[in-house]
Design a protein around this ligand. Sequence first.
Ligand code: ATP
Length: 552
Amino acid sequence: MKYKPIAEVLSKLESTTKRLEMTKILTDFLKNVDKEDLEKVILLLMGTIFPEHSEETIGVADKLMIKVINKASGSDEKEITKMWKDTGDLGEVAEELMKERKQSTLSKDELTVKKVFNNLEKVSRAEGKGSVSDKVSLISELLTNAEPLEAKYLTRTVLGTLRVGVGRGTIRNAISETFNCDKKLVEKAYNLTADYSKVVSIAAGKGDKGLKKVGLDIGRPAKSMLYQKEESIKDGFERVGRPAAIQYKYDGLRMQVHKKNDEVKLYTRRLDEVTKMFPEVVKAVKQNVKQDCVLDAEGVGYHPKKKSYKPFQEISKRIKRKYDIEKLAEETPVVLYIFDILNYNGESCLGKPYKERLKILKKSVNEKKWSIELANQLITNEEGEAQEFYDEALKKDQEGVIMKNLEAPYKPGSRVGYGVKIKPIMEPLDLTITGATWGKGRRSNWLSSFVLSCKKEEGYLEIGKLGTGLSDEQFKEVTKKLKPLITKEEGKEVSVKPEIIIEVAYEEIQKSPTYSSGYALRFPRLIRFRPDKEEPDSLERVKKIYKEQSKK
Ligand code: ATP
């Protein structure tokens, strides 16, 4: 298959922000793709060549890409850098420069999907001496043969910044519509495999029947189950029923542990493999878990001498670390708190009620203090007891508690309410930026006054503007992230694709006709970026907090 139709469909997708239209564009396209090309096509449409759970990445930085564009187009690096500063998107720069060059090239080989995969796979595997020039040659070979539009999307794919606004939900809907499959089954298969390229070939080949058979395999990470928020222990019981399992909400790193024979693998909630970075956890599992299994757990950093917990930030520096791993493991070791079991001896436990899974868990793990333990837990139907347990968790520097329904199955990837988290403070909101204004004077090169939106079904509703509390560095950073997402510019106002999610603190939620949600945040402040989140909080959640605060 040629790469050109993919570039064309990406361009069509980029021209709209409407999810329904995107689904239609994708469905019309996927219908005509040969079965054997579907896996690769889905990955390219998602801006990558590797499935989400893969350890491999293309791993090319802007600077190297500038060298590639230089080699392929003949334009000098300074000129490329200048154009890049103006547009904020090397994809567009490559497109422009390849247009100029087009007239002067006589013969080209048409780009195929296979060639793109071949070269980019080699790029990701290139290591050691000479690897930089190998990478430059491999990518510029693609670019030289690319049409301008192909160059744009190839460049963005190589950099991992495709950003045409196609979310996983749209891919799910498109697969379901193209191959006439149940949307829920498509989603479920994705949550179990974390790989839409796998899901699309099952959907195309075996339809609903095939999707139903997808299971959770040891060695391939699945999406983690997530929890809804509740404001109090009482509300928690109402949601999960009585009695409930109440556990510390540890402030650490979610770890999905896969053990098969003597091999142990660790994955984060974003499905990044972190096995090598946490050797003490691997060792503890090998020594104290007998059967093959998949465990759901939280790795919490602690002070080895004082035996007190360290906050998540302390262990976050161990992620992606390539050297001094053993030294860091000694300074900030991690204790593994296990709270669920998803596969036992090769058999899925997902459908079993939580109380059963807890029993299996208990017999599977040989607990060892400050190394590998089951999550601290109380099973009760008593609000008073639960409240005491919650206070104790806070005293031990943990975030709060998670209350879990004892009868519920495990649903990968869902925030289904089989468990709820309870934390003390007024919850910050996760919101997406949908617009901004170019600043004045000193700030004229930066976007400011960011329009914040929450989610409503398929769309977004505005709820406030965030303009203060950012450092110069942060203004620069946000501007860089937002520039490629601009969809419309009118005077100083811009609209952007809702892709950046930030955590926002505020004093109060007020009713307000100013914004489309009907609510406004008083004194919103940026807490942090949330690259790990795919969607902002919903209007329902805003309404709920508004109601809660009115009661106080
Ligand atoms: P946060 O409020 O920190 O942003 P979140 O929205 O990122 O939470 P949630 O699914 O709401 O994620 O909270 C669950 C997270 O809490 C899990 O991903 C896990 O890392 C952590 N956690 C800590 N202790 C437990 C526990 N006992 N059971 C389940 N998850 C736990």
